[in-house]
Design a protein around this ligand. Structure first.
Ligand code: PAF
Length: 285
């Protein structure tokens, strides 16, 4: 595996690979790799000639009160994990090189952002879209891999790629979970021991909701109230949001139908966790 820090060098390598007819599978990350990222990398390896993982903690997608400074970082550990999984190139640019000056043009995401994480993180998805345009131009991927844990991000990037005719295929990959169901996340290390024990309640509440829907409950208000009650009873976390929306359009629903997402964010002492379930709703008879 080669680690590349220079943007022009990464771009030159990517363009050369394309000239040679090789396909590039790309896994953009902010580092502190966990099983979720490694599963994206495994998928990328299976489906492409060459794999690139980027590690860049993108300041543009953090709000002023968010955890940019404390976001976990460990390049040595990340390099060794990526190398073990057979990654070909680790792209690790500096913030100074990515943003040498204030950008004269940035992306503004117009839809799918006034719900879920977008609501409490104004500008977050603009930052994600902006950095991804840069990364796509540098890495020149054929396929890009995203975890469904951040289903809103997948929906937003889907819009970005479509609206800007970016020649890349988005490959959504299922959330990887701990044994007790907690979705793997770089932020889990910040949970206090008692909170770590409680955190599986997020996934449990989603499974409960799924069962209710299978049994024929199509009223989002009733389902939301069951989930909320379960989280409040079983965790000390503060619910940021729990929403049920259509997917991938992320529109409000009065009655559940077709494909939906149930998504939540819960704030613990030093970690804000997100989780979701995408469910295909059986037609009401
Ligand atoms: O999901 C992430 O880690 C980030 O939002 C991404 C896609 C790497 C952009 O900075």
């Amino acid at each position: 595996m080669r680690t590349i820090t220079d943007i022009r060098e990464m771009q030159r390598i990517a363009l050369q690979l394309k000239r040679e007819g090789k396909t590039i599978g790309f896994v953009p990350t902010m580092g502190y790799l966990h099983e979720g990222h490694l599963s994206l990398l495994r998928n990328a390896r299976k489906e492409n000639d060459v794999t690139v993982v980027s590690i860049f903690v993108n300041p543009l997608q953090f709000g002023p009160k968010e955890d940019l400074a404390t976001y976990p970082r460990d390049l040595e550990r990340d390099s060794s994990l990526a190398e073990k999984e057979g990654c070909d190139y680790l792209f690790f640019p500096s913030a100074e090189d990515m943003y040498p000056a204030a950008l004269s043009v940035t992306a503004k995401v117009q839809e799918r952002t006034d719900v879920l994480c977008g609501k409490s993180r104004p500008g977050h998805f603009d930052g994600v879209a902006t950095v991804l345009i840069k990364l796509f131009n540098i890495v020149q991927p054929d396929k890009v891999y995203f975890g469904m844990k951040d289903a809103q991000q997948v929906a937003v990037v889907d819009g970005l790629v479509r609206d800007f005719n970016i020649p890349v295929e988005i490959v959504p990959v299922q959330t990887v979970r701990e044994e007790d169901g907690l979705a793997k996340s770089s932020r889990n290390v910040h949970l206090l021991p008692a909170e770590r024990d409680q955190a599986s309640a997020l996934h449990q509440s989603l499974k409960m909701a799924e069962s209710l829907i299978t049994e024929g409950e199509y009223d989002p208000v009733k389902i939301l109230s069951v989930i909320r009650g379960f989280i409040e009873k079983n965790t000390s976390g503060e619910i940021d949001y729990i929403e049920i929306l259509s997917y991938p359009d992320l529109k409000q629903l009065t009655r559940l139908e077709e494909k939906i997402i149930i998504a939540m964010a819960v704030k613990f002492t030093k970690a804000r966790l997100i989780d979701n379930a995408i469910i295909s709703v059986r037609k009401e008879s």
